[in-house]
Design a protein around this ligand. Structure first.
Ligand code: SF4
Length: 443
């Protein structure tokens, strides 16, 4: 760590950068607070806290830009335990979150082209292709990304991350930690916990070696506690959509989820989600729905179609349809009860064994069925994501079974979370409209 790099970090990211971002946030909040600004006929104005969300994400990427030389940088897969890395002072970067941001900004296709041009198959996950493209071209919404000192991936979401991170380790020539989680058909057994915990212990030792310092148990406790608080708040945010009309939709949650994925273990994340929850509670009190004139409620399964979130949200809202829950955003809230702040290591092992993608398709079916009942949904859209095979497997069966067991209408929609070339607007619109007519008829 050099003094000059630390000075650059504090001046660039914390003094000038945060000053500019705060000013931008104030301007945005003024605009959002103006009742005449928002004209949309079917969707409520964005939450006031959207200004803070923008500030948080921009500041995170700004800190990443100035981190090399001041902090160690770790690239982490979305399902990996990261509280110990934050406690060790690492800057955490999440390639999947970055990929999502590229999707929202509509540059994922261009970046995939770069990756495919370099030989990566179009059949691999579009997050991976987007990020390989960004890595090779140094392009992206935040410009070039901070070079990693360490890579951490966990196989609890898919095997793709294993090969993806091996390729990153080869490209950057840095250590790679792989945490392999046994697949769960029911609850975790003691031997699954022991196996995972032992790997996390080894991961901590490697991270300490790269960081050149030891993990202080008090710091690990503190980041775990903050992580738990943020996760509890996130869960409460999701649950708030059980209210009629729902004060937030799954589309809003997709946009709002970046901090729970890549900024856990930080006090500002807890503070931010506390503000969001206050706003939602206020909406509930006043009877404000995220979709004006909510008439139907749906559940979404799988990743969002990042480059079509606005299009889809508007198409549904025009017909009084609120997407009130999603299995994807739920994945960052449903494990809140498994976090045990008095035992961070054991707790990390337990939590990271239980993500939805590390469990059988029967578990997912039970989860969706439960969501339909708790959120009083009339239907489910199952996004068959060409890129994400582990999330999409079993959906044909699930579509049928959801309908039979809950009576809710279910639609299988073929697309891709980050590759617009696998999305065809005409057929998707036709299928959606037929599905919405079915909902109308059933009402
Ligand atoms: S294949 Fe699915 S789980 Fe794996 S990185 Fe891609 S989107 Fe995530």
């Amino acid at each position: 760590m050099s003094v000059l790099d630390s000075l650059r970090y504090h001046v660039g990211a914390n003094i000038i950068g945060s000053g500019v971002l705060r000013w931008q946030r104030i301007l945005l909040e003024r605009k959002l607070a103006n009742p005449n600004w928002w004209k949309h006929q079917h969707i409520a104005p964005p939450l006031l806290s959207s200004g803070r969300l923008k500030e948080l994400i921009s500041h995170h990427y700004l800190k990443g830009k100035f981190a090399p030389g001041h902090k160690k940088v770790a690239w982490i897969s979305s399902g990996a335990p990261m509280e110990f890395l934050v406690a060790l002072g690492y800057f955490p970067h999440y390639p999947e979150n970055h990929g999502a941001m590229c999707g929202i900004r509509r540059i994922s296709e261009e970046l995939s082209d770069v990756a495919e041009g370099a030989g990566w198959s179009r059949d691999i996950c579009s997050y991976a292709r987007t990020d390989f493209g960004a890595m090779l071209s140094n392009k992206g919404p935040a410009g070039s990304l901070p070079r990693p000192d360490l890579l951490l991936c966990c196989t609890n979401i898919c095997q793709t991350v294993l090969y993806w991170y091996k390729a990153l380790a080869h490209h950057f020539d840095v250590p790679l930690i792989v945490i392999d989680t046994p697949f769960l058909y029911g609850e975790a057994r003691q031997r699954d916990l022991d196996y995972t915990k032992a790997q996390i212990e080894e991961a901590i030792a490697t991270a300490e070696r790269v960081a050149g310092r030891s993990l202080d148990p008090r710091d690990f406790d503190a980041t775990t506690r903050l992580s738990k608080q943020a996760t509890d708040l996130w869960k409460a945010i999701i649950e708030s959509a059980r209210h009629r009309p729902a004060p937030i939709t799954a589309f809003d949650q997709f946009i709002c989820m970046a901090p729970i994925v890549e900024m856990r273990g930080e006090a500002f994340t807890v503070d931010f989600y506390g503000t969001v929850l206050d706003e939602l509670n206020e909406r509930k009190k006043k009877g404000i729905g995220a979709v004006k004139n909510e008439r139907h409620r749906l559940v979404w399964d799988n990743l969002p179609i990042w480059f079509r979130i606005k299009w889809l949200a508007e198409l549904l809202a025009e017909r009084g349809v609120a997407m009130v829950a999603s299995t994807y955003t739920n994945a960052w809230g449903e494990l809140a009860d498994l976090v045990d702040v008095s035992n961070p290591l054991e707790s990390a092992a337990r939590v990271h064994l239980h993500p939805i993608l590390n469990r059988g398709t029967g578990h997912k079916l039970a989860l969706i069925t439960d969501m339909v009942s708790r959120f009083e949904a009339d239907g489910v859209i199952l996004h068959s994501d060409r890129s994400c095979k582990p999330y999409s497997i079993g959906q044909v069966d699930q579509t049928d079974r959801i309908n039979k067991s809950t009576g809710a209408a279910a639609l299988l929609l073929e697309a891709d979370h980050n590759d617009p070339r696998a999305f065809s607007e005409g057929p998707v619109r036709t299928r959606l409209e037929a599905f919405l007519e079915l909902l109308e008829d059933a009402a």
